[in-house]
Design a protein around this ligand. Sequence first.
Ligand code: PLP
Length: 639
Amino acid sequence: ASLYKIDGWGAPYFSVNGSGDISIRPHGSATLAHQEIDLMKVVKKASDPKEFGGLGLQLPLIVRFPDVLRHRLESLQAAFDLAIHSNGYVSHYQGVYPVKCNQDRYIVEDVVDFGSPFRFGLEAGSKPELLLAMSCLSKGSPDAFLVCNGYKDAEYISLALIGRKLGFNTVIVLEQEEELDLVIEIGRRTGIRPVIGLRAKLRTRHSGHFGSTSGEKGKFGLTATQILGVARRLRAVDMLDCLQLLHFHIGSQIPSTHLLSNGVAEAAQIYCELARLGAGMRVIDVGGGLGIDYDGSHSEDSDVSVGYGLEEYADAVVRSIRSVCDRKYVRHPVICSESGRALVSHHSVLVFEAVSATSPESSTPRLGGHDLTCFVEGLADEGRADYLNLTAAAVRGEYETCMLYAEQLKRRCMDQFKDGSIGLEHLAAVDALYDMVSEAINVADPPVRTYHVNLSLFTSIPDFWAIGQLFPIVPIHRLEQRPKSRGVLSDLTCDSDGKVDRFIGGRTSLPLHEMEGKFGGGSGGGYYLGMFLGGAYQEALGGLHNLFGGPSVVRVSQCDGPHCFAVTRAAPGPSCADVLRAMQHEPEIMFETLKRRVEEVVFVGVEDEEGGGGVVENLARAFHGMPYLSCGGGGGGGV
Ligand code: PLP
């Protein structure tokens, strides 16, 4: 566990059990060891060919733990309740979940269900998000906020107003000055009085990757002049009482409570000014930004960590608002936050399989069966001298010098190959000699291998590719054995960017075990890895590069019983037909076209007793199957 810093980023949910598997404590409690869920057992069950309609699910697989989600939500609420109590704050906390972090129906429904006792609401940033938020909130608390952010047109605003009419607590947050006229006009036309919020453009800015959202040049929000303009316009139409909420968002992954406190204090001043100007202010919405400690370092100097926990975050927010409001004699507002990453990241684990690795054999150099003397004789004089110098240095034990000669020899041979004076066999032999030398030098430091994984980075870990975001990646089994190898991960796409070669802790390779499975050359099972803390943003941002669709998904709840878990939902990932359809192809027509071709094309020389029936069946299966490799688990395989 320490090799992968699991105690740092994984606590209190993830650890390693006595069998060397990753285990999950869905309620974050270390005392209920017997109720831990063995992730490997979940994967086995999910991919068992006897399960789920006799097929089993194919990997890659997202395993969701709603119990973890509940624990995150309750912990966030408890952190604010504590901060409110201990700071003598005279109002309450009422959070919303920004659905953009993960719009999966069951996640949103869970948030509404788990959050209902706390009046927890939702935040939407577009029309479809608003539709799903209204639908899901039908089962939530009537007081829950439905915060409508994002750029808005007349349709969006009408929808938000209809929401109010339907009894949802919708708040239209102005992102741009121009939205105000639409709100006033549509409100008047429909006779629905809106509740309005506005997003302030703060000067406080964070310098990390997500900081571009904030600061004077930030993309979003209203400046001081624009805020004054909105207040004046609302007063002119006798609607200043409708302005009730002030929103800001400094950026995701706020690194420190110091920065947070500065931003909140600036926003609280604006809030108090709006109250002074006569607006009906009631709520301060501190946006998102509650960060995740992806590398477990608890550091505020890293883009993948933060220097605080839930309680310190809540305390900084409550303390700053209280201090500003008390100084201005303004009533304490309801505090809302739009924490997304912090809510959903932990509850979802992406499990994928390594299908092969550049094996020790293949990377262990051979001279291609060549006679060394022949090899040396084929070299030009300088090359021969390099070779002799290399062997002399090896005898003296001067390994650095060996490496220098090996590099030189390799360069020279490449030149000779280009001018046609040596053949492919020579080139292969010198490559092998070079690898042999570098491997001999690196005995204490095993060579980095490439592990080929049955995954698309662009679909499942898009933030790694797009913004260099690191997530903890760990084998989910065999952790009782010390890994003897190191590797980078190469995905299935035909794209050189499709590889993971940076890992948490500043590593450029990951300690990994030797492959034992059938694809790794041995007789054991496959090799399974988990990408953790990826429950936010990755699924919605993921694309269809090479037409690899999303993973299969299972929901797993803790329960009594031998394995302490039950799979409560299982959905196979999109089939080839599904991903083709997403690109406007019509799989049914495609299939018919190909089928006709089978009938037309002569099966000359093709033995097919069924008159092409076998080929047609294979074609049908290809459309129904998932785009990923059918190996190891599920889809007819089984772990
Ligand atoms: N609210 C707004 C307006 C955002 O832009 C974002 C994301 O950047 C969030 C909330 C969610 O932020 P986080 O996931 O950091 O909590």
